[in-house]
Design a protein around this ligand. Structure first.
Ligand SMILES: [Zn+2]
Ligand SMILES: [Zn+2]
Length: 318
């Protein structure tokens, strides 16, 4: 399993750019979680990939070596060009911190973004029609959002979302001015990761491919993810997908985060709870939309947003 198909992360430490921010991560090779008190090891090359054992690290090397080389080169470029690390705009965090915030933000909302991608594909004519004219990349333009007056950084609220668009992959990678050569290098380096992901989803009904998704703030770093796309089930209306897209966009705006309350349950809307002056956050459920009578009575996005706003205020004042 590649990192994009990991079970969703539920705790975050915003702005922690150290390699140890990954210490709760699962083994990149066998996907096993760390038991309490157990030490996992980092890849000595990139210092970010985590393994449960030397054997797992050895087994994963053929899939990891290109990405490892790419990450190491990135770290060297940043270390030797202090200007590249500086805050892109006065008042914003520096490049390294922005990168950590962007990684956390895209992971916090991964369940929402994956669902939105499928809804958007349907609304734009269906995945197969869109891919028929050549491979696409989904671009998600984002805007950095400053923390509130208390300065507390909620990982679910560090960027604001407006839309997603599909562009021809070759056009994005074409690199006419050489400005995106790192993007091309990153694309090439992640080939075996994409192959591995395809393999892990291949048995799922209706699976078509993994689609590259680029989270792209107006300035600073970008973050690439690979989401599985599927054939659309028949009999679902445009309105349904339109409503889903609208509601989930609101979730991102409000910092509402979808997670499974238990591994065997479907995701429900929740929020990130501050466990230590903004340095540690943990997901908590807000409302179970399958059983909650108030949710069942809601008909429109507006009513649902209103209900969630009230639940959010109640949870925060509790
Ligand atoms: Zn392992
Ligand atoms: Zn590595």
């Amino acid at each position: 399993m590649g990192i994009e198909s990991h079970p969703l992360q539920t705790t975050f430490r915003p702005g922690d750019t150290s390699e140890l921010r990954n210490k709760e991560g699962r083994c990149r090779n066998c996907d096993r979680a760390r038991k309490s008190g157990e030490q996992f090891m980092f890849c000595k090359g990139c210092k970010t990939a985590v393994y449960c054992s030397e054997q797992c690290q050895r087994e994963h090397w053929k899939d990891h070596k290109d990405m490892c080389k790419f990450s190491r080169a990135n770290a060297e470029i940043l270390a030797s060009h202090p200007g590249a690390v500086a805050a892109p705009v006065a008042g914003m965090p520096d490049f390294i911190e922005l990168q950590a915030l962007l990684r956390d933000f895209s992971e916090t909302h991964r369940a929402s973004f994956q669902t939105m991608l499928l809804a958007k594909l349907f609304l734009d004519g269906g995945a197969e029609a869109i891919l028929a004219a050549g491979q696409k990349i989904c671009i998600v333009p984002l805007k950095y959002r400053e923390p509130g007056p208390d300065g507390v950084v909620n990982p679910a609220l560090t960027f604001s979302y407006t839309k997603m668009v599909f562009l021809p992959l070759d056009r994005v990678l074409a690199d006419p001015q050489g400005t995106h050569s790192r993007l091309v290098d990153g694309w090439n380096a992640s080939a075996s990761l994409r192959q591995r992901l395809r393999g892990s989803y291949a048995a799922e009904p209706g699976f078509i491919d993994v689609m590259p998704v680029m989270f792209s703030p107006q300035v600073g770093p970008t973050q690439m993810a690979y989401f599985p796309i599927y054939q659309m089930p028949g009999g679902v209306s445009r309105e349904h997908y339109q409503g889903e897209l609208e509601l989930l966009s609101k979730f991102i705006e409000m910092g509402i985060v979808l997670r499974q309350p238990r591994p065997d349950k479907a995701p429900v809307p929740g929020y990130m709870k501050d466990l230590g002056s903004g340095r540690k956050w943990e997901w908590r459920p807000l409302v179970n939309w399958d059983t909650n009578p108030e949710w069942k009575r809601t008909k429109t996005t507006k009513e649902r947003v209103k209900l969630l706003q009230r639940k959010l205020a109640e949870a925060r004042s509790a």
